[in-house]
Design a protein around this ligand. Structure first.
Ligand SMILES: C[S@@+](CC[C@H](N)C(=O)[O-])C[C@H]1O[C@@H](n2cnc3c(N)ncnc32)[C@H](O)[C@@H]1O
Length: 227
C-alpha cells in the first residue's frame, strides 16, 4: 500500500474514532450513571487495543474447538449512540433483554442498559472479557466467555450479532442457534440479513459503526408451523 493511501486511511480511522466517541458521550450525558463504565471501557482500550489480536497456540486451539478461522475474529464496535437508536427501533426497552453474540468489549451492552433493558454479552476471547467485564458489570450488564454457537438464548427478547467477519459456514451454524430463541424474538444482524425460513425482515437501516457505514437488519423469529 502506498504511503499517502496509508496516511489517508489512518486519518479516516482517527476521525471516525473521535466522531463516535464524541457522539457516545453526548448520548451518555442523558444517563450519567453509565459514564463511568463507558470511560472504564475506553481506558482499557487505551491500555490494550481490542483491534490487535495476537496469534498464539491457545488461540489456534480455541479456534479449532469452534471450527473458525483467525480472520473471523476481526474487531469492530457498535457505538453506543448507534446501539441506542437501533435497539429502540427494534422495540427494546424496560422488561426486555438483549443478548449480544460476539460481544467484544461490551459497548452494545451499555446501549441496552441506556434503554433500561437487561443485557448479556457472550464473547469467545477471554482477553476481552477479562478487561471489560468489570466496567460492564458496573453498568448492570454481564459479559461472559463463551462460544456463540452454544449460547443460551431462552431469556432473550432481542439477539444482536455483528457477524460482518464470519464466514458463510459459521453464519449458517449461528442461524441454527437463533432457532433456539423463543418465538417473537427480534434478531438483529449487521452487514448481512438472515436468509432462512422463519426469519421475517421487519426493517433495514444504514448506521455508523467504528469502521464506517453498514447495513443492519431487524428480523422477527417465528418457527415455521410443522407440516
Ligand atoms: C466485530 S466484533 C463485534 C463486537 C460487538 N458485538 C459490537 O458490535 O460492538 C465481533 C466479536 O465476535 C467475537 N467472536 C467471533 N466468533 C465468536 C464465537 N464463536 N463466539 C463468541 N464470540 C465470537 C470476536 O472475538 C469479536 O470480539
Amino acid at each position: 500500500m502506498s504511503l499517502p493511501r496509508l496516511i489517508f486511511i489512518r486519518v479516516c480511522v482517527a476521525f471516525l474514532e473521535l466522531l463516535t466517541r464524541f457522539a457516545d458521550l453526548l448520548v451518555l450525558l442523558c444517563r450519567p450513571w453509565l459514564l463511568s463504565p463507558y470511560l472504564g471501557l475506553w481506558l482499557r482500550e487505551g491500555l490494550a487495543s481490542p483491534y490487535r489480536v495476537r496469534r498464539s497456540f491457545e488461540l489456534a486451539r480455541l479456534l479449532n474447538t469452534t471450527g473458525q478461522h483467525f480472520n473471523e475474529l476481526m474487531y469492530g464496535e457498535t457505538p453506543v449512540f448507534t446501539g441506542v437508536w437501533l435497539f429502540r427501533k427494534a422495540g427494546l426497552g424496560k422488561g426486555g433483554r438483549l443478548v449480544d453474540l460476539g460481544a467484544g468489549r461490551g459497548r452494545t451492552l451499555l446501549a441496552a442498559r441506556w434503554l433500561g433493558a437487561g443485557a448479556r454479552g457472550v464473547e469467545l476471547l477471554p482477553g476481552h472479557v477479562l478487561l471489560a467485564s468489570g466496567p460492564v458489570a458496573k453498568a448492570g450488564a454481564e459479559l461472559v466467555v463463551g462460544d456463540a454457537m452454544h449460547a443460551d438464548l431462552q431469556d432473550a427478547t432481542h439477539v444482536f450479532t455483528n457477524w460482518t467477519a464470519l464466514t458463510p459456514e459459521t453464519r449458517v451454524r449461528l442461524v441454527e442457534r437463533f432457532r433456539t430463541c423463543r418465538p417473537g424474538t427480534r434478531v438483529l444482524t449487521v452487514t448481512r440479513p438472515v436468509e432462512a425460513e422463519g426469519f421475517t425482515v421487519l426493517s433495514r437501516h444504514r448506521l455508523l459503526f467504528t469502521w464506517g457505514m453498514e447495513h443492519v437488519w431487524i428480523h422477527e423469529y417465528r418457527p415455521p408451523a410443522p407440516t
